[in-house]
Design a protein. Structure first.
Length: 140
C-alpha cells in the first residue's frame, strides 16, 4: 500500500466523492450505481485522458482506476495522478480484471492504495473499499 495516502477518509460512503475511470461503460454504470445508492457523489470517465481532465474540475476523496485501457493504462495514469500535488494523498484503488498470482503485489508496488478484482461482489464493494481505504489511512 502506498505510503503517500495519509489523509483520513471517512468510512461513510455518503461523504465520498468518487472518480471511476474505466473504458467499459457497463463497468462505469454498475459501479457508479452501487456507490450512488450508498450516497456517494460519483464522477466517471471512459479513458485516462478524460479522467485527468476531470481531475482539473473535481477533487475526489477516492479514485477507482481500471488498469487496462487503450492509449493510457491505469498504471500510466497513476503516475500522472501522483505528479499532481493536490492528488498526492487521494487513495487510488485498482479496479481490474487482472487476477493472476502476483497481480495484487504488483499493484501495491506500483503505488496503488488497494486492489479490487472484477467481477466484484456488488453487495460487498462498498465494504471492500472501506476496508482498503481504512487500512491505508490507518497505516499512514
Amino acid at each position: 500500500m502506498s505510503p503517500q495516502s495519509h489523509n483520513v477518509m471517512d468510512p461513510d460512503a455518503k461523504k465520498w466523492v468518487v472518480l471511476i475511470i474505466d473504458d467499459r461503460l457497463d463497468n462505469l454504470e454498475v459501479t457508479g450505481a452501487i456507490l450512488r445508492y450508498h450516497g456517494a457523489e460519483v464522477h466517471t470517465a471512459v479513458s485516462a485522458h478524460d479522467g485527468l481532465s476531470l481531475l482539473k474540475k473535481v477533487t475526489p476523496t477516492l479514485i477507482l482506476l481500471d488498469l487496462s485501457m487503450p492509449r493510457m493504462s491505469g498504471w500510466e495514469m497513476l503516475v500522472e495522478i501522483r505528479k499532481l500535488p493536490e492528488m498526492a494523498l487521494i487513495p487510488v484503488i485498482a479496479l481490474t480484471a487482472h487476477a493472476m498470482d502476483g497481480d495484487r503485489e504488483r499493484v501495491a508496488e506500483a503505488g496503488f492504495d488497494g486492489y479490487i478484482s472484477k467481477p466484484f461482489d456488488v453487495l460487498k464493494i462498498v465494504e471492500t473499499i472501506q476496508k482498503q481505504v481504512c487500512q491505508v489511512t490507518a497505516n499512514a
